[in-house]
Each structure stands twice: as structure tokens, then as C-alpha cells.
Ligand binder design. Structure first.
Ligand code: SF4
Length: 449
């Protein structure tokens, strides 16, 4: 594979200066922050843990949750004093808000020195050179249609790390800004993925999580689909564990289930399958591309082939027009699909999206009351589901050691957090742990020798 990134060419303008990155939002954003930090270290910056130690502050913004531009404005405002005290300090805004709201951010000139779109992260060295050379407000280009060539850049990959495989999304769910902020979907060439994963294993990585907004619609330029990609990464690299997120129910194929079941030693049995609503009419208004029954059929097919699969989901409560009866369909879905974890939120309108213009918005107090009912119901279910782990022995990949209490932390094949007494030497090892105390979010146990 040809490397698209040549570290030697980066300008050494950091001079050991501190850089502070404030990250909002999803794993894609966390991954982008890690990538920026790696580039900055190559330019001789050093990470610091507090903004007042920094000569460069980057706010990596997210527009999924509420009032994103307001959040950026108020964080930038908090740095006003620092900027007055330190004329070397430069502030940049990256991420989805930068992509979407670059005109509004201009209001914060001269506090904001540059804006970097989600597709422009690798232009950071160039942008910083210009900013440090005295140019203000360099808005790096926003190239949604460029081919998706990216190499995993990570300073200390540790035991488990993310590998981007797709970017953007073509689905245009009516509540979601991602197609506007991250652009149309693009997939990385498959041979690049394969080489990336193998190189990470050579650096000691034991587990990769393949990452994308809609990861299972991956399709390489030579026709390798997601199921085939998983199968080949499992069989042609030395990686021990493979995970992926996030998948779309409509693209969750039988072929994918078959590959997961066949390569279960390497492909972990945890599946995050966002349902968003349990009512087919609401799903149609969301433009999700499946009905309740079709979703349930996918869940049944998963458990038929992988009885130990662990499922989690995302749910939006109070989507415009959602009636009490439609919400009850979401409640009853929890009786049919044994989700061990749910990520549920009140609907809130996003700029540019269709649903923001729907006139039948649900009042906030109704949304909040429904959300409380849903979370309460799931709490009971989660405790019952967790109880099954008591007495079970799970294969756990150890990720870190906590010196304060002598506990090691790792994850089971089903992505459960497992804590037990151990030593630092176990980091990176896969061990058997007998569970003695099972709660929904944490399983405690003892290592089986
Ligand atoms: S599938 Fe829908 S919710 Fe997910 S990123 Fe695409 S548009 Fe957004």
C-alpha cells in the first residue's frame, strides 16, 4: 500500500508548545481528535491536560446533541482571558459544527483563528503554518466528494484501537445531520484496511474496532462488501479480536451473520443495532428503511446463529408526531429484543434536517416523561439480563491496570466491562474470568488459573 501520509514533510512549528484538544460527541470525533494529536506531535507540539498550559486549543465539535454552535461559542468565550494574556495562543474549531456552521463561527473572529472541516483534518499542518504565519480564520476546504484515503495514525495504540473504514452516510434519516456534516458515504480501499490492521498487530494491538457511520454498507472499489471484509481481516491478519460500529439494520445481511458465527473466535459477538423506534410508521417518517417486523426478524436471525450475542441499541423518544400508542410500541420492543444496553434520548431538531421542519413536534415535557418510562423499564431488564453472567466464565482481553485498587479492567467477547484483581503484567493478555458479581455496566470476577 502506498502511504498517503508522509510524516517527514510536516513543518516543525510546534517548538514543544502545549496543545489542548476538547472533544465532544461520538467515537468518530474521538478518533479524529486522536488523529489531530498524532499529527501535532509530529509537528513538535506536546499534549497538555489544561487549556491554560496550551499555545494551541482545538475544539473538536459535535452537532448531534443540543445547541452545538452555542456550546462552541461559550467554550471559545471561556478562553477569551487566556487569549488576552497570551498573544501566542491560537484557537481552532474542528468537527461537525465547523463543517456545518463555518459562517456563524466567523462571528467569533478574532477569538477563533481557524476552522477545520471533518474532511480536512489532514490539512491541519498546512492550516497551522498559515495561522502561525499571521493569517486568520483559514477555513480548510470541505471536500465531501474526495476519495476516502486515510491511514490509521495513532500515537500509542495500546491494546485496542479504532480503524476507520467508511466515512459519511447516504441514508438521510430525517433526524440526522451526518450526511450534511460528514458528506456522502465513502469506503477505504480494502487492501489499505488489511495492511493497516496487520501493521497495528505488529505494534502490539490485540483488538481493532472497525469504525464508520454506517459500517456495514462498506463496499470497496474492488467490490469487497462488509461481510467479506470482516472475513478476510479475520483470516488474513494476526489480529486477535475484531469489533465494529455502527451498523444499520437495513444493511445487516444474512451473509454478515454467517461470517460472524463462523469466525466467532475473532469477530466479537457484540452488535450495536440502532432501532430508533419500535413503530413502523415512525420508522417510515424517520426514513430508516425497515419496519418493526423486519428489524425483529434480523434480531431473531442473529440469536438463531449466535445465541450468546450481546445487543445494544439507540432509541429516539418523542420524534415529531409520535403518539402515545406509537411510543408504546417502542416500550414493547424491549420485551422482544433482549438489549443489554440502550442509548435513549429525547428527539431534538437539527438544522438542515427534514424532521426539524415537521410541524407536529412533541412537547418537551411529554418527551421527558416517555424517556423516564423507557429508561426505568430498561433498568429492570438490564439487571435481569446481567444476572445470567453470575457464575459464568468469560474470555476477557485485559486493557488496563488500576494501581490504586490493584484491579485490572478488560472486556469480554460480548463487550461487557469486567474488573478483577490482577497485575499490570496482564495488560494485553486474554484470560478466563469467573464472574462473581454481575451488574448491567460492570461484571466483577476472579481470574481462573
Ligand atoms: S444511518 Fe441515519 S442516523 Fe446513521 S449516520 Fe446515516 S443518516 Fe445519520
Amino acid at each position: 500500500m502506498q502511504s498517503e501520509i508522509n510524516p517527514i514533510s510536516y513543518p516543525q512549528i510546534g517548538q514543544g508548545d502545549g496543545v489542548y484538544i476538547s472533544t465532544y460527541g461520538c467515537q468518530m470525533n474521538e478518533n479524529d481528535s486522536e488523529r489531530m494529536m498524532t499529527l501535532l506531535e509530529m509537528m513538535n507540539f506536546r499534549p497538555v491536560t489544561s487549556p491554560d498550559q496550551a499555545s494551541l486549543i482545538i475544539i473538536n465539535s459535535c452537532s448531534i446533541r443540543e445547541k452545538p454552535v452555542h456550546k462552541v461559542h461559550s467554550e471559545v468565550g471561556r478562553y477569551r482571558k487566556l487569549k488576552e494574556q497570551n498573544d501566542k495562543l491560537r484557537i481552532g474549531v474542528a468537527g461537525c459544527v465547523a463543517q456545518q456552521e463555518k459562517e456563524k463561527l466567523k462571528l467569533d473572529i478574532p477569538l477563533i483563528d481557524f476552522v477545520l472541516g471533518t474532511d480536512a483534518i489532514d490539512k491541519l499542518p498546512d492550516v497551522l503554518s498559515k495561522v502561525r504565519g499571521g493569517q486568520n480564520m483559514v477555513a480548510a476546504r470541505f471536500e465531501h466528494q474526495q476519495p476516502y484515503h486515510i491511514q490509521t495514525l495513532i500515537r500509542n495504540p495500546g491494546v485496542s484501537t479504532f480503524v476507520n473504514i467508511t466515512k459519511g452516510c447516504d441514508n438521510f434519516c430525517t433526524f440526522c445531520v451526518v450526511p450534511f456534516t460528514r458528506g456522502r458515504e465513502r469506503s477505504r480501499p480494502f487492501n489499505h484496511l488489511l495492511e493497516d490492521v496487520q501493521k497495528l498487530t505488529e505494534r502490539g494491538v490485540k483488538e481493532v474496532t472497525l469504525l464508520g457511520q454506517n459500517v456495514n454498507s462498506y463496499l470497496s472499489e474492488c467490490g469487497v462488501n462488509f461481510a467479506q471484509a470482516l472475513k478476510r481481516i479475520a483470516s488474513e491478519t494476526d489480529i486477535e479480536r475484531i469489533r465494529y460500529t455502527t451498523s444499520h439494520p437495513k444493511d445487516f445481511t444474512d451473509e454478515l451473520i454467517e461470517v460472524m458465527a463462523t469466525y466467532g473466535e475473532k469477530i466479537m459477538e457484540y452488535i450495536h443495532l440502532p432501532v430508533q423506534s419500535g413503530n413502523s410508521d415512525v420508522l417510515a417518517r424517520m426514513n430508516r428503511g425497515y419496519t418493526r417486523e423486519e428489524y425483529l426478524n434480523k434480531a431473531r436471525a442473529i440469536f438463531a446463529k449466535m445465541p450468546n450475542a450481546v445487543l445494544s441499541t439507540d432509541i429516539i423518544v418523542g420524534f415529531p408526531g409520535e403518539t402515545e400508542a406509537q411510543f408504546d410500541d417502542t416500550m414493547s420492543l424491549l420485551d422482544e429484543v433482549p438489549y443489554e444496553n440502550i442509548y435513549a434520548f429525547n428527539y431534538s431538531p437539527r438544522p438542515m434536517t427534514k424532521a426539524a421542519k415537521f410541524t407536529d413536534q412533541v412537547p418537551d415535557e411529554v418527551k421527558s416523561a416517555r424517556l423516564s418510562r423507557l429508561l426505568e423499564k430498561h433498568r429492570e431488564i438490564a439487571f435481569k439480563l446481567a444476572a445470567k453472567y453470575n457464575g459464568q466464565t468469560l474470555r476477557v482481553l485485559v486493557e488496563r491496570y488500576d494501581q490504586d485498587n490493584g484491579k485490572v479492567h478488560g472486556r469480554s467477547t460480548g463487550n461487557k466491562n469486567v474488573h478483577f484483581t490482577g497485575s499490570e503484567a496482564l495488560i494485553g493478555a486474554t484470560v478466563d474470568v469467573k464472574i462473581t458479581d454481575a451488574k448491567p455496566l460492570v461484571l466483577k470476577g476472579e481470574m481462573v488459573l
